[in-house]
Design a protein around this ligand. Structure first.
Ligand SMILES: CC(C)(COP(=O)(O)OP(=O)(O)OC[C@H]1O[C@@H](n2cnc3c(N)ncnc32)[C@H](O)[C@@H]1OP(=O)(O)O)[C@@H](O)C(=O)NCCC(=O)NCCS
Length: 439
């Protein structure tokens, strides 16, 4: 796995993309991770692209120290007044994506996608994305994944919204508690102490949570405010849940915004809630919903199927907004479909359309009684009992983790099938996928 990450990081630039960028009078270049001036200029362009302010020395240094694992591409305009600052940025690395069956699959995680407003809509994103997908596929990475600022950008490149996220706004006074009593204890811990235990706790959780990836380097320090460039870190509070056996099974990071006009109606924003057991989950939520002076509790990037819904006494105390969140793009159909496990046996003849070519073809997916899938390119006649499904790669990718049913996609006119319900049974999962953060 380490080799795949290194291969991907160091793989040469895609020649077709480099040529197309050069034909436009620009230059595609991979940023040298050991060159602080280069990484700082790249960071500046990325921050500007996301409407952020100029970076300071602490931020440049922290980025340099913690982001060497990023494969960072920049497009440079040598005619610009500051030619060292790229006009487009793109980063990727090999993450471990949990797929149904609690299997980890290498995924090309993509981030930092920006094109300067001065150079937009000239096809730079298209060149960067198509070139980097080709590079990822060439080193053997079976899927790509990203989170998005806008949902309208990535469907054209074959990405489908595979895991949705729910934002909750809870009237804490009204919610009440109808969930279980929990035997553990809850204590405040310092940010540094929380940071020490969070990695192992997250690893316990994400391996059994389809849709999650391993936390990218430097993210925890950003969340806990334990890196030198952290801003307002002192506002973050950390609680831990310790089981009766003494194990730290849960952590929550939150910030409070005081209501100056009515102190007793202040707002608490959950930055991250990690629970490795049901007891830790119930214990931490109950604690958050019963804090003095807190009238509103907000949390984002929750699952669309939170047990919390069944734990509050008054469901109308919660407003829930669902959004598309984790996008997945299948690059290698056999590798992706064989990696996950299935709840139902059956055979599907998948006719996949992929304008970029990676997933294009007729694929026969056969799922055994033990839930393992076997995939073969189907050139001749398919078995008569195979359910035919005709769909695009974005739809297959959206359904891959079980985040949407093929039957729903068929009803939406996005999939054609000889028996959409039977096809849906094969790909469906018991719990919806989830990703608990942005990257
Ligand atoms: C989104 C962004 C990277 C697009 O870059 P770009 O170089 O202008 O995109 P391209 O010219 O390569 O466009 C490729 C295609 O995507 C479409 N497209 C580009 N940006 C789009 C957007 N924001 N919404 C919808 N479609 C978009 C283009 O119309 C074009 O469509 P086509 O396939 O029909 O030709 C750029 O606008 C940007 O930096 N936005 C701000 C930062 C951001 O939100 N980044 C995305 C992070 S997830």
């Amino acid at each position: 796995m380490i080799d795949l990450a290194r291969d991907h990081h160091d793989t040469p630039l895609d020649p077709a993309s480099s040529d197309a960028v050069a034909a436009a009078g620009l230059r595609l270049h991979r940023v040298e991770d050991a060159d602080l001036a280069q990484t700082s200029a790249w960071l500046e362009a990325e921050a500007r692209g996301f409407l952020d302010s100029e970076r300071n020395d602490a931020q440049r240094r922290a980025h340099f120290d913690s982001n060497a694992y990023y494969r960072k591409l920049g497009v440079y305009d040598d005619e610009a007044p500051h030619p060292e600052t790229p006009v487009a940025t793109f980063a990727s690395w090999v993450a471990q994506l949990t797929v149904p069956g609690d299997v980890a699959l290498p995924a090309c995680a993509i981030s930092s996608v920006t094109v300067a407003p001065t150079h937009r809509r000239r096809g730079l994103l298209r060149e960067l994305m198509t070139g980097e997908l080709r590079a990822a596929a060439a080193v053997g990475i079976p899927v790509a994944a990203l989170t998005v600022t806008e949902s309208s950008i990535y469907g054209r490149f074959g990405f489908g919204p595979a895991a949705h996220a729910a934002s909750w706004t809870i009237n804490a006074r009204r919610a009440g508690w109808a969930g279980p009593e929990t035997p553990g204890r809850i204590d405040f811990v310092s940010r540094e102490r929380g940071r020490e235990v969070v990695e192992s706790l997250h690893e316990r959780i994400r391996r059994f949570s389809p849709g999650e990836i391993d936390m990218p380097g430097g993210h925890w320090d950003r969340f806990f405010g334990t890196r030198p460039d952290a801003e307002n870190a002192e506002k973050t509070r950390v609680l831990q849940y310790r089981s009766a056996a003494g194990e730290v099974d849960g952590l929550v990071l939150y910030r409070v915004t005081v209501n100056e006009h009515d102190y007793a109606d202040s707002s608490l924003e959950v930055s991250s809630l990690l629970a490795a057991t049901d007891a830790a989950y119930a214990g931490l939520w109950r604690f958050l919903l019963s804090m003095d002076l807190v009238g509103t509790v907000r949390a984002h990037e929750l699952s669309v199927d939170e047990p919390l819904w069944w734990m509050i006494a008054d469901r109308r105390a919660a407003r829930i907004e669902v959004r598309d969140h984790h996008y997945v793009r299948i690059l290698d159909v056999p590798a992706a479909l064989q990696a996950r496990r299935y709840e139902a046996s059956g055979s599907l003849l998948l006719h996949v359309a992929d304008p970029l070519g990676f997933a294009e073809g007729r694929w026969l997916l056969t799922v055994d009684a033990d839930g393992r899938g076997h995939v073969a390119a189907c050139t001749g006649d398919a078995p008569t009992d195979a359910v035919a499904v005709r769909l695009g790669v974005a739809e297959l990718s959206a359904a891959y983790l079980g985040g949407v049913s093929l039957a729903t996609l068929a009803r939406a006119g996005r999939v054609e099938s000889s028996d959409a319900d039977a096809a849906a049974r094969v790909l469906s999962t018991l719990t919806p996928p989830r990703l608990s953060f942005w990257y």
